[in-house]
Design a protein around this ligand. Structure first.
Ligand SMILES: [Zn+2]
Length: 411
């Protein structure tokens, strides 16, 4: 056994449980950190022998990587929860409520930013370390925000005229600001291609809402459903929908034909997909993010998680916004997924909330797991349920079903 070289700033964090995600859970484990880098992860008995001169900081709970929230809309925080108008409402009815709330709101930009910042702070306090934030307006930089936020400016343009206006706006946005499309039902093929090409040229992530609702397919394939009515009401007489020639590969096949689907595209929701569409997602290495809390709130259906996993797709998880998810909590998202998909193992669900999110954002060299060489972005959680776990299986069950821990801290 060789002794490792360290500096005076090195620390060994020892805990009853260490959950590295990328390797087996450690009972009485330890993480060695130096200058915010992880030097080693292992059983305390091994680490103590290898790093004899390094001070030990005992922790009473569980060490695990910070969570990654791969889909949120911080700018909607100021409006609070937007309820569907009735039990029988369509998603379009809810979108109308949301638009009405925004249009009639007197919230100033300072109030919007303030509410967004409070939400970001709450996400941090829950254990989130990295977020993908989608917004229609430029919130600028927060005064203080402990969470790393990657922001995408989202554009819509369901008609020829709206597409032209959107492109005129995009050309004025600095190239370092990432731009993305909203959804296939709200963004014309021309605009989706324009934005994806911009992302490709600047090596940026492209993310869009996909298959959140059955009406998306109805609009694109037949020009029917609630979105068709909605677009007509809002004056979309030069709409490109329905799209001619869509076959059994449906909306995903259409996006593939537009050359939208690749490893730097993140598709969010993915509730209504057929087998062929899931196969295309897998073959094109597209990333997927699920928002189970939002899907439940809007009653849009339940994602086919096992079918995605069967195609080697491990989706990320996002909370979506407070407008469609009163909980806005990654721990609750995990608990809901466990409840809705009891056959999916707990360790997979935890991987979705950590490493899958990091991979989907191209940030897995820093986030998502505890590994030698990575930046030390880990959290320390405490609660009686973790202390009482008799083995790794019970601990995983607690982590993915018990909701937000009593105490979440950073070391
Ligand atoms: Zn969303």
């Amino acid at each position: 056994m060789s002794l490792q070289s360290t500096s005076s700033t090195s620390t060994i964090y020892r805990a009853p449980w260490v959950v590295p995600i990328s390797s087996a859970i450690l009972r009485d484990g330890a993480v060695v950190v130096d200058d915010k880098r992880i030097l080693a992860v292992g059983l305390y008995s091994d680490i103590a022998g290898r790093f004899q001169a390094v001070p030990v900081k005992p922790c009473s709970g569980v060490l695990l990587p910070a969570l990654v929230n791969a889909h949120i809309h911080l700018e909607l925080s100021v409006y609070g929860i937007v309820h569907p108008p009735s039990k029988h409402s369509t998603m379009c009815d809810w979108i109308k409520e949301l638009l009405k709330t925004r249009e009639t709101s007197k919230a100033s930009i300072d109030e919007i930013v303030d509410a967004a910042q409070k939400t970001a702070q709450d996400q941090y306090e829950s254990g989130v370390g990295l977020m993908l934030d989608i917004g229609n307006i430029d919130l600028g930089k927060f005064n203080f925000c402990p969470v790393e936020i990657h922001s995408l400016r989202e554009m819509l343009g369901p008609s020829e005229s709206a597409t032209k206006a959107a492109i005129e706006t995009i050309v004025k946005i600095p190239l370092e600001q990432s731009v993305t499309g909203h959804a296939p039902y709200s963004t014309s093929p021309k605009l989706l291609q324009y934005i994806k090409n911009r992302c490709r040229n600047n090596d940026q992530l492209f993310s869009l809402h996909l298959a959140e609702n059955v009406d998306e397919g109805l609009l694109l394939e037949k020009g029917e459903g609630c979105f068709a009515k909605f677009l007509k009401e809002r004056g979309g007489s030069d709409s490109p929908f329905p799209i001619p020639g869509i076959d059994s590969s449906a909306v995903v096949g259409y996006l593939q034909q537009l050359d939208i689907m690749d490893s730097k595209t993140l598709c969010v929701h993915c509730v209504h997909l057929n087998d062929e569409e899931i196969k295309i997602l897998a073959d094109t290495n597209v990333h997927v993010c699920l928002c189970p809390g939002s899907n439940k709130f809007l009653s849009v259906g339940r994602v086919r998680l096992q079918a995605l996993i069967d195609q080697d797709i491990l989706p990320a998880i996002g909370t979506d916004s407070i407008a469609s998810n009163p909980e806005l909590d990654m721990w609750q998202e995990m608990a809901l997924l466990r409840k809705e998909h009891p056959d999916v193992a707990a360790d997979r669900i935890l991987s979705m909330a950590t490493i899958a999110g990091a991979i989907s954002m191209g940030r897995h060299t820093t986030y998502g797991s505890l590994e030698e060489g990575k930046t030390a972005r880990f959290i320390h959680i405490e609660g009686a349920e973790y202390a009482n776990a008799a083995n790794a299986e019970q601990l995983l069950e607690c982590l993915t079903t018990a909701g937000r821990p009593d105490s979440v801290s950073r070391l």
